[in-house]
Structures are given as C-alpha cells and as structure tokens.
Design a protein around this ligand. Sequence first.
Ligand code: DC
Length: 236
Amino acid sequence: MKIPDITIAVDGFSSTGKSTLARLIAQRFDFLYLDSGAMYRGVTLFAQEQGLISPDNVIDPALEAALEGLDLHFAQGTVLYMGERNIEKQIRSMEVSAQVSPIAAVPYVRRYVDRRLHEFSAAGRVVMDGRDIGTTVFPNAEIKVFMTARPEVRAQRRFDELAGKGENPVFEEVLKNLEERDYIDSHRETSPLRRAEDAFVLDNSEMGLTDEVAWAEGLIRGKFLLLDAPDAPAND
Ligand code: DC
C-alpha cells in the first residue's frame, strides 16, 4: 500500500536542513517537492534588479503592481526560473539572503507567493518547505514537521554551503544574518514563523541525515499505519 495523496509541510528556522529533508521525503514517496523560500528569494532578486528595494531595505510600493508581470516558476523539478532565466544560483547569494526577510514580511508579497504555491500544488501529493506552510499556506496538511537546531550549528552549515559555492563567507556575518532573519521571520505581523500546534518538532543539532529521514519516514508511515507496507525500505 502506498502513502495516500497527502500534503506534507516542513517548516522551521533557516539552515535547519528543511529542503534537504523535504527533498528526500519527496524522492522516497514520489511526491512533488516545492521550496517556498526560493519564491521569496526570487521576488527579492526581482526587486533588487528593478531598483525597487534600497540598500537599507526601503521597499518601493511600485513592487506590488510590478509583481503582476513577474513569472516565477520551477522547471527541471526544483530549479527556479524568472521567465526564461535560470536564477537558482543568484537567489542563494548573500546579497539576496540579506534582503529576503524584509521582502517576505510584506503582505502583498506573501499573497503573490501563496497564490503561486497553490497553483503549483494543485495536483496534490506535495511536500513543501518554508516558514508558514503548516500554519497559513496549508493549515490542513496531514503531516507537519517543525525543524530547529542551535544557531551556531545552523550558521556553520550555511557557512559551509556558501564556501562550497566559491563565496568567501565570514562566520560572524553568516551568524548575524541568520539571527536577524530568525528575528524578522518570527516577529513579522503577517504569517510569522511559528510551530503549528499539530506539528512534530525535529531538533537536528546533534542528528545525522540518515536518522532524520528515518524519523520522518516513521512519522509518515505511522500516521497511516503502513509499517508493513510492501514499499517499506528493505533493511535501510
Ligand atoms: O528557506 P529560505 O532560507 O530559502 O527562505 C528565505 C526567506 O524567505 C526566509 O528568510 C524567510 C522567507 N520565507 C517565508 O517568510 N515564508 C516561507 N514559507 C518561506 C520562506
């Protein structure tokens, strides 16, 4: 028996490995994976390129109308495109990371992203990661996971990721950016980052990926009592 066509929400703090876990769950159970943070990053890049956000984060109200013409979509699975352009690399830069939280706090930006996410997931069988998926975007998701880890552990992961991409990160700056984002994301008025009451918490400060996947798989199979299902992993 296979997992039914449900929605799985994976929320939590930055650099807790939400996308890695969500991707693996999607692969394991043949779900569509959607990265909602990439959409906020795409809008941020757009605002920067259009000159609609200043270096000190003042957002031009013209962004609202400009979003009507913005075509952000995923292709080749999880690669974000702006129109014809693959923007996957740019949206992961420090410049975009530094301004994404103020952009994501704007109500009309959130409405734009929510609408697109609902369009992308219309066919169902989706695992989506973000900050407000279990609370706002899909409050009825059948499975909700809330991920957390100590800030220093998360900053180290982000540092390694940036260094691996050839950027020259400074650890203190990465940690500062992460803590600022945590603060803005959890204190904004519209859809703040918080654990849905029915979300299961996963603190992976001291946990490896294999154990995380096993934990999530146990949660999902347990929910549907599929522990002896034929597609259960064979000794892995
Ligand atoms: O997961 P990420 O670091 O790529 O997300 C980038 C930013 O987008 C993050 O600082 C908060 C925002 N975000 C959000 O507000 N709501 C979501 N569902 C996903 C991301």
